[in-house]
Unconditional design. Structure first.
Ligand code: SAH
Length: 511
């Protein structure tokens, strides 16, 4: 049976500008065929098990010719696959989306179109430029500035001027002098405000504001990077007043989040809310150990009141423990047992089962948990610690100080290091100065170092949740910053301070 193709617009870059429909379909994809303009945050949303094919087109440099892309979609669909064709912005706006449908129609392949947020509107919006304004202009025109190799740009500049609307040129940077020249020759006032907006809605967003008369020379001085759009019209003058994106506290910062996929969203959304561009690159995942008789025995002994304390050191531990416990009984089996957790994240997971911890240490690490819990418990206490295989030993060493203590330290899940993901880490780490990697545990550091094997670790700026994580990152030679407390809020604050510190250094170096 034939599969189906979804033509999806990924928006201009910012992960939040992918539509809900686009996200739903992407998460179900078996094959994803994607372009170079798709935001990195969105590339990371592709399912791990999907076949991912880059047909990375950037102006003049077509990795795969259009007819081969068309044929590829057809072949994959005929194999019965759910195929997503992911394109920057809106798939039909200068996106050759129409061409990609022809072959599918000929072969009766079902398809759907998921429109996208176009860069033509979103990039001006992220720069504080409303493309129309009641008092200023009443139309907006989107024009391609692309010219075929060796050809001159053939646009009806007289007609464009006559409309008195906002003009947005896509793919026009190489032709910027021709576009401004053409408009001036057609009689446009050289003082008309105009802008070049580059890499909009990403951490690298930048703009050059000038006039039709000055824009070309301003841009040669500042060396524009693509992708970029050109906007011409009085609305460009509003930019300085309406600009908002770069005022967010983490604007300009790219943060690589390495924690396991199912746990990354709280941190990612906190960082995104503050304006960071987030790339999720899970370095580890966790897998429950199977046939775990020690755990099963421990759960059965709960009924015989074998334990006084149940100690959790991670959300994954809570989840794995309870999913096994529920196969035998339910939370009432814990009647009379006190529960200790290492920190807020673990507490939160525990609350999903309707339980609150009796004890959380003042500092969220294994050693403090052990020490403070040891101070609190009486001689002869019996403890169950269901946690990661090869868990940190400091916790147990501290607890052993309790007289006559019994400790059942039971491995219940293993931490696995992930394979290299979709992004080229080397290019990513070297693509700018404001890229930070967020580490919420020593194992994420180890996993990341494996993925990044062979790369220069001294280029990695590691923002770490606590001192054990920091020590691990430092061991690999990374530059480190450590959060004051082991919470996601403190980690976010730490990133903000690190970015601030680096910017100040850059400024000082420039003076
Ligand atoms: N379908 C896309 C446009 C494809 S043509 C859309 O709807 O946005 C490619 C051009 O889009 C680029 O040359 C550039 O002019 C523009 N573009 C795409 N993403 C952009 C971004 N993040 N910032 C600035 N311009 C962008």
């Amino acid at each position: 049976m034939n599969g189906k193709v979804w033509l999806i617009g990924a928006g201009p870059g910012d992960h939040g500008l992918l539509t809900l429909r686009g996200k739903d379909v992407l998460e179900q994809a078996e094959v994803v065929v994607y372009d170079a303009l798709v935001g990195q945050g969105i590339l990371c949303m592709m399912p791990d098990n999907a076949e991912r094919i880059s047909v990375g087109k950037r102006s003049g440099d077509h990795t795969l010719p259009q007819d081969e892309i068309n044929a590829l979609l057809l072949t994959k669909a005929m194999q019965g696959k759910r195929v997503v064709r992911l394109k920057g912005g809106d798939p039909f706006l200068f996106g050759r989306g129409g061409e990609e449908l022809e072959l599918l129609i000929e072969h009766d392949i079902p398809y759907e179109i998921v429109p996208g947020v176009t860069s033509a509107f979103a990039v001006p919006a992220y720069n504080g430029i409303p493309v129309t304004h009641r008092d200023i202009c009443s139309s907006v025109h989107i024009i391609t500035g692309h010219r075929k190799k060796g050809r001159v740009l053939s646009l009806d500049f007289k007609a464009l001027c006559a409309m008195h609307g906002t003009l947005v040129f896509l793919m026009g940077i190489a032709a910027l002098p021709d576009i401004c020249g053409g408009l001036l020759d057609a009689g446009m006032d050289p003082k008309t405000p105009a802008a070049v907006l580059e890499r909009g809605t990403t951490a690298a967003q930048k703009r050059v504001i000038g006039t039709v008369g000055s824009l070309t020379s301003l841009c040669t001085k500042q060396k524009v990077q693509t992708p970029a759009i050109i906007v011409v019209g009085d609305v460009c003058a509003l930019s300085e007043r309406f600009a908002w994106y770069e005022k967010l506290p983490l604007f300009g910062v790219k943060a690589v989040v390495t924690r396991p996929k199912e746990r990354s969203s709280a941190l990612s959304s906190m960082l995104r809310q503050k304006g960071a561009e987030v790339i999720e690159l899970p370095a580890i995942d966790t897998k429950p150990l199977v046939g775990n008789t020690r755990l099963d025995d421990a759960i059965t002994s709960l009924l015989k009141k074998k334990y006084d304390w149940l100690v959790f050191t991670s959300p994954a531990g809570v989840k794995t423990f309870f999913s096994r416990l529920m196969q035998t009984g339910d939370c009432r089996m814990l009647n009379g047992v006190q529960i200790a957790v290492i920190g807020q994240g673990t507490q939160k997971e525990l609350m999903n089962y309707g339980l609150k911890a009796d004890f959380i240490p003042s500092v969220y690490d294994g050693q403090t948990l052990g020490r403070e819990l040891a101070e609190k418990t009486q001689a002869g206490a019996r403890m169950l610690i269901p946690r990661a295989a090869a868990g940190n030993q400091e916790l147990v060493e501290e607890l052993r100080r309790v007289e006559n203590v019994t400790i059942d330290d039971i491995p219940i899940y293993e931490t696995r290091y992930k394979e290299m993901g979709i992004l080229d880490l080397k290019t990513l780490l070297e693509s700018g100065d404001m890229i930070f990697t967020m580490f919420t545990s020593a194992s994420t550091v180890k996993g990341f170092a494996r993925i990044a094997a062979g790369l220069d670790m001294t280029r990695v700026k590691a923002v770490c949740i606590g001192k054990q994580t920091q020590a691990e990152a430092a061991r690999f030679g990374m530059n480190t910053w450590t959060a004051e407390r082991a919470t996601l809020e403190a980690l976010t604050e730490c990133l903000q301070n690190a970015a601030y510190e680096l910017r100040n250094k850059e400024r000082e170096a420039m003076v």
